[in-house]
Design a protein around this ligand. Structure first.
Ligand code: GSH
Length: 218
């Protein structure tokens, strides 16, 4: 029997959670290996030579399935959905898949850098005894509002980013909000986005992938 795919991950990592959410939604059995991730230059397990052989970028998540070693959470999601589907989370059809990919690129290019920037200013810097840079917080907050307005264009009372059906697009974007309270993401000013995020948070997959401790929750 073929070995289970291995997922190198960290439970507190929002990029890993995108993949573990999908794993739960698909009811897949993966061999999850926790990596002690630390930021660059802080001697985490992700910077050890053994791990760098698996991912030279020193980041989680990484999937190993037989000969295939794959990093980048959204690429891993696509591979899992296509290999271990079919699933309504990754529907058939070039247009449907491209619309999901559009939101995943939007998350990686715009939402995550903005949300991560606010996490860094409002949580990480104070934890290191440094003050948040007020100018940076202002700029990041303005960007955050801009991206939320884009999300809002397609959301109404009970739908998802690409329509009536939950897809990988929703899992990808929701994880960028994982530390919303600690990072002071102003989601409350975007009720359609907040309501959509609550719908994702109420799913059993979200509850099952909650990290055991929330070190970043103040
Ligand atoms: N674009 C990557 C981002 C991965 C990423 O930044 N992971 C963080 C954990 S949430 C990490 O491993 N950081 C360690 C580092 O940057 O050295 C993805 O979507 O997988």
């Amino acid at each position: 029997m073929q070995d289970k795919p291995i997922l190198f991950m960290s439970p507190g990592s929002h990029h890993s959670r995108r993949v573990t959410l999908l794993v739960h939604e698909l009811e897949l059995e993966l061999d999850e290996r926790v990596v002690g991730v630390r930021p660059p230059g802080m001697g985490g397990e992700n910077e050890q030579p053994e791990f760098l052989k698996i991912n030279p970028a020193g980041k989680v998540p990484v999937l190993q399935d037989g000969e295939l070693v794959l990093s980048e959470s959204n690429a891993i999601m696509t591979y899992l959905a296509e290999t271990y589907g079919p699933t309504p989370l990754w529907p058939h059809g070039a247009a449907e898949r491209a619309r999901i990919a559009q939101w995943q690129f939007f998350q990686a290019a715009h939402i995550s850098p903005t949300a991560d920037g606010l996490l860094y200013e409002n949580v990480v810097k104070p934890m290191m005894g440094q003050a948040a840079d007020r100018g940076a917080v202002e700029r990041l907050t303005a960007s955050f509002h801009r991206w939320c307005r884009v999300l809002e264009t397609g959301l109404d009372a009970d739908n998802y980013l690409t329509g009536a059906q939950l897809t990988c697009a929703d899992l990808s974007v929701a994880c960028a909000f994982m530390y919303d309270r600690a990072a002071q993401l102003p989601l409350a000013e975007h009720p359609p986005v907040q309501a959509w995020y609550k719908r994702i948070q109420s799913r059993p997959s979200w509850v099952a992938t909650e990290p055991p401790t929330q070190p970043l929750e103040g």
